[in-house]
Write a protein that binds this ligand. Structure first.
Ligand code: GTP
Ligand code: MG
Length: 471
């Protein structure tokens, strides 16, 4: 029974020997492997990259990787080290000028942690050339003995010639030295196949894991870049155009503050969250970078007004606005900043003294007590009120206020156009544009409002605003 089990195991144990064939360029590696494969080659060309040759040794498949020996190809040798059971290192024993280079390269190979301890066959090729070093000379010149001892590599050095002596003979002759060395290497591996193969499989697994980690890291980087890129694209192709020029800046002062702006997302957000960005630029300098929002920063404008922005529909408002809605309120504005805000403190200093009440009519509804903020320190800050749309007046509020010029279409295509139009109407010296951005729900910035300053971006969170009811 024990014998049957052993036979069964032996039959089912699939051996596959993998060898690597390396050495300096022009050493005769390809010629050697062709010789082993029984291929007659009159002329061989330098190997670019690698070539895999499949042979059979006593029913065991053998794969030999013939790698290019040029300096540019030596870097890829190590990519094969983990999966090989043994090494064939070929030397041109007639080329004395490259013996030092050869010695350095051999040490680099043997010292590699995926090679150390594996069997190595050193072949001293081109014995047919006069003055070629034989195997003993090669051992001496390349200092092979201490080298292989140091890296615990079982090694055999054989001299041979890859060019058959009888070149006219049709039958391929394998040099006895080559045959002997090759047989020794394969027999050594077969005898210790279990141990060597265990090491090979472990090394392959480790290498695969390493490559997987690298790939994951690379794909993470790629997705981050993609997210950043798509955000950028969303910003650039959303609804705003920071360099939009005001076509008709000469508008009567009396029209200031008139009109109602409807802000609506281009696409209804489904699985993504949304952020609105408000920014302003000087209208008389279209190439200027966006400056601090007139909501929160200094303004050179001497005018003061209220720009109303209506968001619709009501259910979308939370998604769109960074402001928390009051439980019982239906109107929300930006005017109350947190108490820590310098603007808020300045407002308090001026509390009510400079603020006026203004009534703005949109034709259907009257906006009472919409406070216009005048901040002397800020040089006439324009106040922007974002108001939730009254659901009862959906149809009416979808129209532009009658006080707007008649040339305007009933529903402009985008929020930025609406805002620009509002500013054109008001003749404001500064331009405001709205950005509609979609962000992944998991993004921590999903409910933030970006205020653009000259060079830096400031993120305003929900907590930066207070809810207010406008009666
Ligand atoms: N005289 C002689 N020439 C040989 C022998 N073996 C190879 N050559 C010649 O040496 C040259 C290089 O042989 P290759 O087999 O291409 O050498 P290689 O090591 O594969 O070179 P790379 O692919 O560039 O790394 C060829 O011109 C061969 O004909 C040999 O035993 N004797
Ligand atoms: Mg070659």
């Amino acid at each position: 029974m024990g014998n049957c089990w052993g036979l069964f195991r032996r039959r089912n144990m699939r051996r596959h020997i993998v060898l690597i064939l390396i050495g300096l360029d022009n050493a005769g590696k390809t010629k050697t492997v062709n010789n082993l494969a029984g291929e007659k080659d009159d002329k061989v060309l330098p190997t670019v990259g690698f070539k895999a040759v499949n042979l059979i040794h006593k029913d065991t498949p053998v794969t030999i990787y013939d790698l290019g020996g040029g300096p540019q190809f030596r870097e890829i040798w190590c990519q094969y080290y983990s999966e090989v059971h043994g090494v064939i290192f070929v030397i041109d024993s007639s080329d004395f000028s490259r013996l030092d280079e050869c010695k350095t390269v051999l040490e680099e190979v043997l010292s590699h942690d995926k090679i150390s301890g594996k069997p190595v066959l050193v072949l001293a090729n081109k014995q047919d050339k006069s003055g070629a070093l034989d195997d003993i000379d090669v051992v001496e010149k390349l200092n092979i003995e201490p080298l292989v001892n140091k890296y615990r590599c079982p090694t055999l050095v054989e001299s041979y010639s890859a060019t058959p002596i009888d070149s006219k003979s049709k039958k391929i002759k394998i040099d006895p030295g080559l045959r002997k060395g090759y047989q020794w290497l394969l027999n050594y591996i077969v005898r210790r196949y279990g141990d060597i193969n265990l090491r090979v499989q472990t090394d392959i697994h480790a290498e695969l894991e390493r490559r997987k980690r690298l790939l994951n890291r690379a794909s993470n980087r790629a997705s981050q870049t993609f997210t950043a890129l798509s955000d950028d694209i969303a910003t650039q192709t959303g609804f705003e155009n920071p360099n939009f020029g005001i076509e008709n800046p000469k508008i009567e002062e009396k029209e200031l503050g008139s009109g109602l702006i409807h802000v609506k997302p281009l696409r209804k957000p489904a699985s993504v969250d949304s952020t609105i960005t408000i920014e302003s630029v000087e209208s008389d300098n279209t190439s200027a970078k966006p400056r601090l929002s007139p909501l929160f920063g200094a303004s050179n404008s001497s005018t003061s007004e209220t720009v109303r922005i209506e968001l619709e529909p009501r259910s979308e408002f939370r998604k769109l606005s960074p402001i928390i809605r009051n439980k019982d309120a239906c109107n929300i504005d930006f005017k109350n900043r947190p108490q820590s805000s310098p603007t808020y403190q300045r407002n308090n200093m001026l509390s009510g003294k400079s603020s006026q009440e203004r009534v703005i009519e949109d034709g259907n509804r009257t906006w009472n007590h919409a406070p216009t903020h005048v901040d002397t320190q800020l040089g006439g800050l324009r106040e922007i009120v974002i108001t939730e749309r009254d659901p009862g007046s959906r149809a009416a509020s979808s129209d532009i206020a009658p006080s707007c010029p008649a040339t305007l279409p009933a529903r402009p295509a985008s929020a930025s156009r609406l805002v620009r139009r509002q500013l054109e109407i008001s003749g404001h010296r500064r331009r405001l544009s709205l950005r509609y951005m979609q962000r992944n729900k998991t993004s921590p910035e999903r409910a933030s409002m970006m205020i653009y300053e000259q060079k830096i971006k400031r993120h305003m969170n929900k907590g930066d605003f207070e809810k207010t009811v406008i009666h």
